[in-house]
Design a binder for this molecule. Structure first.
Ligand code: TYM
Length: 374
């Protein structure tokens, strides 16, 4: 299990240690969101989405440029995705909730890539059928979030490779093995499918431009673990005559244990969208908190919401009301609320979210086919 004491590692396949987002911003060469950028979001959305207000989305590349272009009348497309290796968890859907918001505000077309090829290549025990099966199952979660069918195309790499292949080889021709080895940490034993794969994940950035014959800006909302792909893609873009894709990066929703992001590899600290509500409730009640060892001590000394996963779930996902979240912080600090109270509130919110999402997810079976790229 990752702990905060471990060294920080953030790659598309591994996140470990305590993530220092300021350090990552410097290391990856991204930029913090400025007041000017946030003002533009306020202007177009009418308010600031809580994932921006709470700095869950915290840094970017070329977002100022893409918003300026938008102001001049040049629309952009959105691009995000999922590596379908199992059921979707709450961490995955936070960037998608924000992507839906962007689609609504900027009336933007979305390409959503399901990298079933990547997961087939990465997991020794995966068959093609298993990967494609997860694509379909995970697409139900995407559709359940309410994306506009007229403006959303889900791409299964395996099923739709004909749409991506020409672009992928054009991109691949400009990327040396030494570059992907350095960026992704590939080894002698890495299979050659994975070595080619970064070109496939880059391709949707340029798909709209490729299909329309007109240069169309692309904005990628995702957590910062996907950044290595965009560094490589941005180097190639001008060589192919395309705009460099812009990014807005989020932090990670943590797992419910001590340290580490929410990750399917630790199912007991991870809430899946398909979890029966009662199971999710149990996970919440087992969560790591910033509470004192006893109720008496909690009442006397107060708790530490700064390290509490229950508080973080409320802050980043389940309590959008700024006044209520402030009260929660203060009541924890003062000891007037104990961990059991907080867990109860979160458990109720998680259960009602899951019930609602699961209903929409089932309904999505009727329409999901219309979302897939034909
Ligand atoms: P995957 O399946 O690992 O992750 C899907 C999306 O979820 C984000 N993410 C998280 N966000 C917040 N908290 C977490 N704990 C958390 N864990 C994962 C990821 O950053 C991602 O946005 N190769 C990709 C699929 C992909 C893609 C893309 C992702 C293809 N094209 C374009 C983003 C944008 C993958 O395996 O994602």
């Amino acid at each position: 299990m990752p702990t905060n004491e471990e060294e920080m590692v953030v790659t598309p396949w591994k996140v470990a240690g305590k993530v220092d987002y300021e350090k990552l911003t410097r290391q990856f060469g991204t930029h913090p969101l400025t007041k000017e950028i946030l003002d533009k979001f306020r202007k177009y959305a009418g308010n600031l989405h809580f994932l921006l207000r709470r700095e869950f989305f915290f840094c970017h590349r070329d977002l100022d440029w893409i918003l300026n272009q938008y102001e001049k009348g040049e629309k952009f497309i959105l691009y995000t995705g999922r590596g379908p290796s199992g059921p979707v968890h709450l961490g995955h859907i936070l960037p998608w909730i924000f992507t839906k918001h962007l689609q609504d505000v900027f009336d933007a077309k979305l390409y959503f890539q399901m990298t079933d090829d990547e997961k087939f290549l990465f997991h020794h025990d995966f068959s093609i059928e298993k990967s494609v099966g997860f694509t379909y199952e995970n697409a139900l979660d995407v559709v359940a979030l309410g994306f506009d069918v007229k403006k959303t195309k889900i791409i299964s790499d395996i099923k739709n490779i004909d749409a991506l292949y020409t672009l992928s080889i054009k991109i691949a021709k400009h990327i040396n093995f030494s570059v992907v080895r350095a960026v992704f940490g590939f080894e002698e034993s890495t299979n050659i499918g994975l070595i080619f794969f970064p070109a496939v994940q880059a391709a949707p950035c340029f798909l709209e431009s490729f299909l329309t014959g007109k240069n169309v800006p692309c904005l990628i909302p995702a957590a910062i673990d996907q950044d290595p792909y965009w560094r490589v893609t941005r180097d190639v873009a001008p060589k192919l005559g395309f705009y460099k894709p812009a990014q807005i990066h989020s932090k990670f929703l943590p797992g419910l244990g001590k340290g580490g992001k929410m990750s399917a590899s630790q199912p007991e600290t991870c809430i899946f969208t398909k979890d029966p509500p009662e199971l999710a409730e149990k996970k919440v009640f087992n969560a790591f908190t910033g509470g004192q060892p006893t109720v008496e001590e909690q009442k006397k000394y107060g708790g530490n919401p700064g390290i509490c996963t229950v508080y973080q779930y409320m802050y980043y996902f389940f309590e959008e009301d700024d006044k209520k979240i402030r009260n929660l912080w203060e009541n924890c600090k003062s000891g007037s609320m104990i961990c059991g109270d907080c867990k109860e509130i979160l458990a109720q919110k998680v259960k009602s979210f899951l019930l609602n999402h699961q209903k929409k997810r089932e309904k999505a079976r009727d329409t999901v086919d219309e979302f897939f790229l034909k």
